[in-house]
Design a binder for this molecule. Structure first.
Ligand SMILES: Nc1ncnc2c1ncn2[C@@H]1O[C@H](COP(=O)(O)OP(=O)(O)OP(=O)(O)O)[C@@H](O)[C@H]1O
Length: 588
């Protein structure tokens, strides 16, 4: 048993025995509040830590869950075991509407929007006659769990903490899955994720919804624990505190949410006693201290308490359990010689600058075509037009006869186009294996529920097997457990190629794959690309290393100032005075 597992088991054991110990009731009450807060903070780990979306409005979702439970139970005598689902349903509806409106916002607008709806809901709850206005609803019954009335802190504790631990495990499982990789790719990696076929907007909505649902469950529990609800625990102050908990604990770590909830709750209690004594008057001074601490934490300990604990625990290494997994099915490949890519008079203007000027060329199955030209010639822009990263001003791009210009990059990926980037795009905090497995996203089907319940392990093993196979192909299997961010530039580029190959593409676009590679690595890369060509893959290659281009490609398209200068075999290109002039004019 690893130290990590022992640590977790010791934690669970402590949770189990705590109510049995002769500790004061106050401790149990505090532990219950910590559990209620932790549920919300776990959602924030997913939303803010993983998906990179900051929300100050989670308290409002807690309020939705709590008020639904209270209202339906008190006014319509609906069983609490049903009101929880009613709360989840209502939360789903509200969250989806809010997500639709706000998640397209970027930068500071999203947090501002969450503040706005957090405030709106607070005032709505406080002004609705049927919800008791600011006095709220009183007399909510305790939960009855198969005949046991959970009307004491100690009896409520077990139900609450079972839910908290299950939620934490579900989110941990989710993050270690196909959908989890896509979620983890959102922060800073949206463009790359889309190019791997991930619907990033949908992923953001998923994170938003899951965080809201966890908050709603916390609200339901809150209503039956406190037995009364009023708007104050669901206002903006609490919204900020939830975020504070997630950040203090370690916003990227699920267990950090528990640590953060505990740290903030305990600190809050201490400050509520200490500060009025120091200041000589009573008031909500703790929120000032929280504000200062939050700023300090963001400056000096961004990764939170859990990151420090994690650094002290032994590193977890993924167990290789996919050897026996079935290989993933492969798409039918185009027949050798079939025209795979047709670029017809494609043009891209950036304001007055014509970056790509009515360029046409083709790539057939089983062919490596080089796209070369001096710096700024428009090669990367052409790549971005083919892969849907940029819309063309005019012109047509066809893949196996079908138009793909105008499609978003994930749809183009779905049709069998995979790419690497001039500036490596990866998730530095994920292992090499996980980064590469992201390339196989479209070859898996399983979603959130299956991942949370660990029902997708069969498919996951197949995806990881494929990722390892592609890493072996480019000679990087040894490094699969390393964090991608720790690799040198050369291996990072190779990793991107393995990731693109994981997509089982018909067309592979490589943007300067040899940049940063050593001589031996370049030779190995050339070997792999030849083998891929022999297998019938079409490759379009932007590369500055002329030796590699001349020895590897079947045909070369030369660009200069956005225009196609010529096209021909490597020998023809080398012999062309026009090409020589273009290069001599800019490179020497
Ligand atoms: N998003 C953009 N907005 C404005 N101009 C752009 C944009 N992207 C590229 N350009 C311009 O378009 C021209 C072509 O750029 P591009 O990156 O495609 O060239 P390249 O051939 O790939 O060059 P390099 O070999 O240096 O990567 C350049 O003049 C560049 O400054």
């Amino acid at each position: 048993m690893t130290l990590r597992t022992r640590f977790l088991l010791a934690f669970v054991a402590l949770l189990l025995v705590l109510p049995q110990l002769p500790v004061p009731e106050f401790w149990i009450t505090q532990a219950n509040y910590i559990g209620l807060y932790a549920l919300v903070a776990i959602g924030l780990v997913l939303l803010t830590g993983i998906a990179g979306l900051t929300s100050f409005g989670q308290a409002a979702f807690v309020g939705l869950g709590a008020y639904t439970a209270a209202y339906l139970n008190l006014n319509h005598a609906v069983s609490p075991w049903l009101t929880v689902f009613a709360g989840l349903l209502l939360t789903t509806g509200v969250a989806l509407i809010l997500a639709w409106i706000t998640l397209r916002m970027s930068g500071h607008y999203l947090p501002l929007a969450t503040i706005a709806w957090g405030l709106s809901l607070y005032y709505l709850l406080g002004n609705l006659e049927g919800l008791g206005k600011y006095d709220g609803l009183l007399g909510i019954p305790a939960l009855n769990f198969f005949g046991t009335v959970l009307n004491t802190g100690r009896s409520f504790y077990y139900l609450l903490w079972t839910i908290v631990i299950l939620a934490a495990l579900a989110v941990i499982h989710l993050l270690d899955s196909r959908t989890g990789r896509a979620l983890r790719a959102l922060k800073g990696g949206g463009t790359m994720a889309e190019a791997m076929g991930v619907d990033t907007f949908r992923m953001k909505v998923t994170a938003f919804l899951l965080a809201a649902l966890l908050a709603s469950i916390s609200g339901w529990l809150f209503a039956h624990f406190q037995r009364t609800v009023n708007p104050s625990p669901f206002g903006l102050k609490m919204g900020i505190e939830y975020l504070f908990m997630a950040v203090v604990g370690g916003v990227g770590h699920v267990w950090g949410a528990l640590v953060g909830a505990a740290a903030v709750k305990i600190l809050e209690d201490q400050l509520q006693v200490l500060l009025p004594r120091l200041m000589g008057t009573s008031g909500n001074y703790e929120i000032i201290v929280f504000g200062v601490l939050l700023v300090l934490a963001l400056q000096h300990a961004r990764d939170g308490i859990w990151a420090a604990v994690e650094g002290w625990l032994p590193k977890r290494r993924r167990v290789r359990d996919w050897d026996a997994a079935e290989p993933l099915p492969e798409a039918a490949k185009p027949a050798r010689g079939e025209r795979v890519l047709e670029v017809q008079a494609v043009r891209k203007e950036f304001g007055g600058l014509v970056a790509v000027n009515d360029v046409s060329f083709e790539v057939s199955a089983g062919e490596i075509v080089g796209l070369i030209g001096p710096n700024g010639a428009g090669k990367s822009t052409t790549f971005n037009l083919v892969t849907g990263l940029l819309p063309a001003t005019r012109g047509e791009v066809r893949l196996r006869g079908e138009r793909i210009d105008g499609l978003p990059s994930r749809r183009i990926a779905q049709r069998g186009v995979a790419r690497t980037f001039q500036h490596v795009k990866m998730i530095p905090g994920m292992t090499v294996l996980e980064n590469v497995a992201l390339g196989a996203h479209l070859r898996g089907r399983q979603g959130v529920a299956a991942a949370m319940l660990r029902l997708e392990r069969g498919e996951e093993r197949r995806l990881l097997r494929e990722a390892e196979r592609q890493l072996q192909r480019i000679g990087m299997a040894e490094q699969m457990h390393e964090l991608a961010g720790n690799l040198a530039l050369g291996p990072q580029r190779l990793m991107e190629i393995a990731r693109a190959l994981c997509a089982d593409p018909a067309l592979l676009l490589l943007d300067e794959p040899a940049a940063g590679l050593r001589h031996k690595e370049k030779q190995a890369l050339a070997g792999v690309l030849r083998q891929l060509r022999d297998e019938g893959l079409s490759i379009l290659l932007v590369e500055h290393d002329m030796d590699l281009v001349m020895t590897l490609t079947d045909r070369i398209v030369v660009m200069e100032f956005g225009t196609k200068l010529m096209e021909g075999t490597p020998a023809e290109v080398q012999a062309s005075p026009k090409v020589r002039a273009a290069y001599l004019g800019t490179e020497h």
